[in-house]
Ligand binder design. Structure first.
Ligand code: ADP
Length: 479
């Protein structure tokens, strides 16, 4: 692991400290012990990273797609080969259980393999013209330097998911990982270095979000900006990109409805709700935020769901028996706890969990289930981002679709039903970018992940994911 645990940022193929010599600490959320410190880069170093990526662009974009594929596949192979070390690093800085960390890293690496191949299928068009002596041809070219800011909840896959599409398209990248989880990003940089990316193609800048973010969103050499994080920060960064008219994609917050109809397969629905709600201690943007259960099966579902929730083991991520780890920071725990308390104070009933487990550490919240939740409560509107499951009872399809859509967000929604008509009609009526039908797994290399409304725009994964890193050039050729 020591080879992969870096203590510098990665710019232009070199490991660098901050010009000022300043560093910031990174903490293990399970123990609150310091893992180490990393360079707190400023404006000048970030500009150097952009310059390096800009300088590397002609070489990387000019390579044959089949040759870029080889480098990307080598990177993929190295990640798979070092997966156990990467798992340890990810759990140490983020807290999630080893098994989830492994799932994340391999799933994220899958995007590299996918875009290594997909980069060879960036087809143009030949459009019929109205004149004998004219041809209309469309070619697709990489946009240039792509800058990315990623969150702490998926420290590995949020990077590979974005970078793979950009690199596959022929762009060069500058990435700022979240301050809480930069080690996974730097480990990926180490492996990218070994895979043979030309210097300057892949850069990781660590440090203060605002300072680095201002350079990445305003620098004229950055042509594309991709962000995953909160809606509030995303809006600000989108505004900052306006002045230089960058291509932007945003994957922001969610408020996912998880709807269980009376004809659902109950075992599948309970398991799906547990996975969707409690994965990563409830800290994912596609987590079931509001669980709607039909009144005829409500009691049965509640009993089974509570029983399974009670069986989840809260603990440190490096213990193989752990199902749920710590939350990322004290603010996160406090917010989830506050939303839970607000709901209970306003009449919701607590069925299990909800205790802070100080015996494990200050960031551990026992997974909780509450019922009698009303749309007027804060927990209905706000992203919980913690292990608190809020259940709602509904009686008709129209009513539940209306409630499900009653939010500014539109990322993921889930429905469980065995009725074929409902399985087609309800997803079409939901204002969401993704709908799981009897399925709680959404992030796959071949599928377009992304939202609508204030959950953002742009897609990661699938053939569509390349569009965010490509521009269209049309040539009118006359002879
Ligand atoms: P979360 O609530 O998941 O922490 P944030 O939107 O705060 O979501 O963080 C997501 C990413 O955005 C992180 O990498 C963080 O460092 C970065 N970030 C936060 N604030 C800013 C900002 N003002 N400018 C640029 N990046 C920011």
């Amino acid at each position: 692991m020591s080879k992969l645990l870096k203590d510098k940022a990665y710019i232009n193929g070199t490991w660098v400290a901050a010009d000022s010599g300043k560093t910031f600490d990174v903490t293990n959320p399970a123990t609150e012990k310091t893992i180490g410190n990393l360079p707190d880069l400023g404006e000048a170093e970030t500009e150097r990273a952009v310059d390096a990526a800009h300088k590397a662009f002609p070489e990387w974009s000019g390579m044959l797609a089949v040759d870029r594929q080889k480098v990307l596949e080598k990177w993929y192979d190295l990640i798979v080969e070092h997966v156990d070390d990467l798992v340890e690093i990810l759990t140490m800085e983020q807290g999630k259980p080893h098994k989830e960390a492994k799932g994340e890293i391999l799933n994220g690496a899958g995007f590299i393999k996918w875009y290594a191949e997909e980069g060879r299928r960036i087809y143009g068009d030949n459009i019929p013209s109205n004149a004998d002596n004219q041809r209309i041809v469309v070619i697709k070219q990489p946009v240039g330097v792509a800058a990315m800011i990623t969150p702490w909840n998926f420290p590995s896959s949020m990077i590979t998911r974005k970078a793979a599409a950009a690199l596959g398209a022929g762009c060069t990248v500058v990435i700022k990982p979240a301050e809480a989880t930069p080690y996974s990003a730097l480990a990926l940089a180490h492996l990218a270095d070994q895979a043979g990316f030309p210097k300057g193609v892949f850069n990781i800048v660590t440090g203060d979000a605002k300072t680095i973010g201002e350079v990445l969103t305003s620098h004229p050499k950055v042509k594309k900006f991709s962000f995953t994080g909160s809606t509030a920060v995303g809006k600000k960064l989108m505004a900052q990109c306006a002045d230089s008219v960058k291509k932007v994609s945003l994957e922001l917050g969610g408020n996912a409805p998880f709807v269980i109809f009376e004809d659902a397969d109950m075992d599948k629905a309970v398991d799906g709700a547990i996975t969707s709600k409690f994965r990563n201690a409830g800290q994912t943007c596609i987590c079931a935020n509001r669980i709607f259960v039909h009144e005829n099966i409500y009691d049965d579902f509640l009993n089974r769901f509570v029983e399974k929730t009670k069986a989840l083991k809260l603990g440190h991520g490096d213990d193989d028996k752990t199902d749920i780890g710590p939350m990322i920071n004290r603010d996160g725990v406090e917010k989830a706890y506050e939303l839970l308390k607000d709901a209970i104070d306003n009449g919701a009933e607590l069925h299990c969990g909800g205790e802070m487990r100080d015996d494990l550490g200050p960031r551990f919240l026992e997974p909780a289930v509450i019922t009698d939740v009303k749309p007027s409560m804060r927990i209905f509107k706000e992203e919980i981002f913690g292990p608190v499951a809020a259940l709602y009872k509904f009686s008709s399809t129209d009513e539940v679709v209306k409630m499900a859509n009653d939010t500014q967000y539109g990322l993921a929604a889930y429905i469980y039903t065995n009725d074929l008509k409902r399985a087609w009609e309800v997803p079409e009526a939901l204002d969401y970018g993704m709908v799981g039908v009897n399925s709680s797994l959404l992030s796959l290399p071949q599928a377009p992940f992304g939202g609508v409304k204030q959950s953002g725009f742009g897609r990661e994964g699938a053939k569509y994911g390349l569009d965010d890193y490509i521009q269209i050039k049309y040539m009118s050729v006359q002879f």
